[in-house]
Design a binder for this molecule. Sequence first.
Ligand code: KG4
Length: 338
Amino acid sequence: MSEIILGIESSCDDTSAAVIRDGVLLSNVIASQSVHENYGGVVPELASRAHQQNIVPVVSEAIRLAGIDKNDISAIAFTRGPGLLGSLLVGTSFAKGLSIALRAPLIDVNHLHGHVLSHFIKEKPEDETPSFPFICLLISGGNSQIVLVKSPFEMEILGQTIDDAAGEAFDKCAKVMGLPYPGGPHIDRLAAEGDPSAFKFSKPNIPGLDYSFSGLKTSFLYTLRDNLKKDPEFIEKNRADLAASLQKTIIDILLSKLEKAVSQHPVKELAIGGGVSANSGVRKAIEEFCRDKGIRAWIPPRKFTTDNAAMVAIAGMFAYRDGQRASLDLPPYARVTI
Ligand code: KG4
């Protein structure tokens, strides 16, 4: 009898469902919500309503593409948090209803564990996966953390941001440059044509392994303000150089703490995860960093960097094999760390 895990993700603005059979991904359906584009950020109430509309077709499609019978599902894993409460409620309630209907056990998944464990998603049975312990740099729109991953359930935060996340630095600076939301991918694209040493932005001086990105944001704003006074077309003329210099500064900040982390906690493997790990400059810098240090680098395929249910299903698979089950009265939670 196969072990079939259905994963459901609805923490922010992507409704997603995935099916994993015996550790191998059979389907991963994601419905992204374009409704937020006009607002420069995710509008929670609109996100909840879109999840409500998407959840049934998305789950049905994931089951259809996987070619399984829904009655053969061994367990249903859902994102319990962190995220937007209204959005989480849709996935959580749907997972509970389906669990009752199919008499399949429920498993709650911490979204952040999902990002870390996304490296264990196998698209083919022979795909390799990391060995524990490893360090994971988790960089998304809401988090910037260095995590020591000892097992699928034992994760220690070595350092994290004390203010903005790396993704927020990308998005907020992109916004003042007049780029659409989310700005990270636009900065990535522009940076490829710019000079990363054209502008200097301030870097934080925080002790230990914690990050800070709000000073960089302020310094970026001041650069724009001062130069716009002299030349109203400053942004248009310098788009690529601004993007490249911003991206380079974010990468330098990320790597400086990672350098400290691997010297304090020597590991043989290092992974990255979360939306910002899709960034071309970050991916290249991490590969070089690991090559220099003789550490194996795990760079996720881009489709597994942003929110997806495959990572929820894989985290659910580990929990299922460990005998963990969630009760039907478990509420979602908006805030939680690893
Ligand atoms: O993990 P994620 O999908 O969800 C949240 O935490 O919300 O991360 C979203 C973040 C956004 O800040 C977005 O701008 C950033 O990931 N991002 C990128 C790139 N692709 C997504 N940042 C820089 N370069 C990219 N290519």
